[in-house]
Design a protein around this ligand. Structure first.
Ligand code: ADP
Length: 495
């Protein structure tokens, strides 16, 4: 099969969170299964150019229809750790992708509407006719719409469009200008509840809703989150739309790339190890303590790695720091916040705790350091308010770092409580789970984890090894996506 992924991220060249990991990891797995995969991305000024090999012109003069005129674009092509990626660079006064950041600009709707249009125009003009166009999250939610309303009638009729939603909270709420910009026009047609009109604000369009309605099939990133999005307020206002489209909606659990995340071959950690040489993990703990100026001690290290965002349960992350310290553990936090109030809050904590030898707070995005933290920590805490899938618990398993999580979304599908999970055997249990959003709930699970570490190290190590031996690679999810692609290619699933 010939598959084109269209996304706003692909790790490690463009990574703000899990979306980048998924686009890269899934593409590699699909290629391993024998499919041909290409990835189309925006050419941001701030992407990690050092991760692109052999960048060259792929299509010099791409003219993208925009606001009744045309925007001149160049398309470059290069390999990102073996994956063939196309980067679209528009030459216009809007400087859509020269903002020094991936997201967070006031005109994000227009930036990604343009990218969606340009990606399809590139496929059309370069005569690429994939079997499957797979797009991701609100940034590319207009692709199914544009494909079915415009490009299908321009010689691209055989393609099927898969739309994967990684986060329902960000939907791309836009005004009518995205219609004029992209040439969809016909405001009265699209401003209808059956199409893109937002379910709550009748004066706005909802890009993600458009993706849901127009795609041949929709997935989200774990089975439990598919249920949550459909039946609870985790659908952020789209539950009814999902309900009407449930015949083409499912959840496929993400995987992690076992080549990128492998403590045996990881070049970012000083000592490699596997489940057979688990005792060497402690050398990475020492290296982590040294690198972050923590006191060298056998205390357990609890870590948090992730975006500092309301979604991630920041008040519980904050509480976990102080609770871990009170229980005689060390704490390492690596996080980036886009919201200034959250950034300033953790900046304040950082300076407040600066002289404490048992804690380190690192604000910012640091891929290399994250590997050392996964390898050097004993526990990873993930107290999310909602978590469509979550990758950090799976990476934690891979590095023998036991997760302590709130039981929501994909965490329900992956972390099974050491003491209380009745659906899994003791050999399958791999972490600690709590459910409520208050401090006591987090404390109860973290205490159980720390007590096991302190009072029964053999059982704790067995638990860590069980996580290491589980399989959260892309092999199984990759097969599921292939089955889905095959199914929609051969069926008459209509948008
Ligand atoms: P989300 O997609 O909601 O951000 P996930 O758990 O799905 O969360 O994926 C997070 C990914 O981003 C993981 O690979 C994690 O290691 C990485 N990550 C998150 N924050 C940082 C950071 N500040 N520095 C380095 N890597 C980070």
């Amino acid at each position: 099969m010939y598959i084109v992924q269209i996304a706003s991220e692909c790790a490690p060249v463009i990574k703000a969170g899990g979306l980048g990991d998924v686009v890269y990891g899934l593409s590699r797995e699909l290629e391993n299964q024998g499919h041909c995969v290409e990835i189309i991305l925006p050419m941001y000024d701030c992407m990690r150019y050092d991760h692109v090999w052999g960048m060259h012109d792929a299509y010099r003069d791409l003219w993208v229809p925009w606001w009744g005129g045309e925007v001149h674009c160049s398309v470059y092509c290069g390999w990102v750790h073996g994956r063939l990626c196309f980067f679209i660079e528009p030459h216009s006064g809007d400087n859509f992708f020269q903002r020094g950041c991936y997201y967070g600009a006031q005109d994000d709707n227009m930036r990604f509407a343009f990218f969606s249009k340009a990606a399809l125009e590139f496929l059309l003009r370069s005569n690429k006719r994939p079997d499957i166009i797979h797009c991701h999250d609100w940034q590319t939610g207009l692709i199914p719409v544009l494909f079915n309303e415009i490009y299908k009638f321009n010689g691209m009729s055989d393609q099927k469009v898969v739309y994967t939603i990684h986060n329902f909270k960000h939907q791309g709420i836009a005004g009518g200008e995205i219609l004029q910009g992209t040439g969809l026009n016909r405001e009265s047609y699209y401003f209808s509840y059956e199409r893109l009109r937002d379910n709550f604000n009748p004066f706005c369009l909802n890009i993600m809703k458009g993706g849901i309605i127009y795609a041949n099939c929709i997935t989200t990133v774990s089975p439990h989150h598919a249920w949550e999005a459909h039946y609870t307020d985790e659908g952020y206002g789209l539950s009814h739309t999902l309900h009407l489209n449930q015949y083409k909606f499912s959840g496929i659990l993400n995987g992690i790339d076992y080549n990128v995340w492998n403590p045996l071959t990881d070049t970012y950690i000083p000592t490699s190890y596997s489940s057979e040489t688990f005792n060497d993990k402690v050398l990475n703990k020492k290296a982590l303590q040294e690198r972050l100026w923590l006191e060298s001690s056998p205390k357990p290290i609890v870590c948090y790695i992730g975006r500092l965002d309301d979604q991630k349960g920041v008040h519980l992350v904050h509480h976990a720091i102080y609770y871990a310290l009170s229980q005689g553990a060390q704490f390492v936090l690596l996080g980036s916040a886009t919201e200034p109030s959250i950034h300033n809050w953790f900046l304040h904590e950082k300076s407040f705790l600066n002289n404490n030898p048992d804690v380190h707070i690192e604000l910012g995005f640091n891929e290399e350091l994250s590997h050392l933290i996964y390898a050097g920590s004993d526990l990873i805490v993930i107290p999310s308010k909602f978590e469509p899938c979550g990758l950090t618990q799976m990476i934690g398993f891979r590095y023998g770092t036991v997760p302590v999580v709130r039981g929501v979304g994909g965490l329900v599908n992956t972390v099974f409580d050491y003491d209380y999970d009745s659906e899994h055997t003791s050999e399958e249990r791999n972490g600690f789970v709590f459910y409520e959003t208050d401090n006591q709930a987090l404390e109860s699970a973290l205490k159980r984890a720390l007590d096991l570490y302190k009072h029964n190290p053999i059982a704790f190590q067995k638990l860590a090894l069980q996580g290491m031996q589980s399989d959260y690679s892309w092999t199984r999810p990759g097969k599921k996506y292939t089955e889905l692609y095959n199914f929609i290619r051969c069926s008459e699933t209509k948008p």
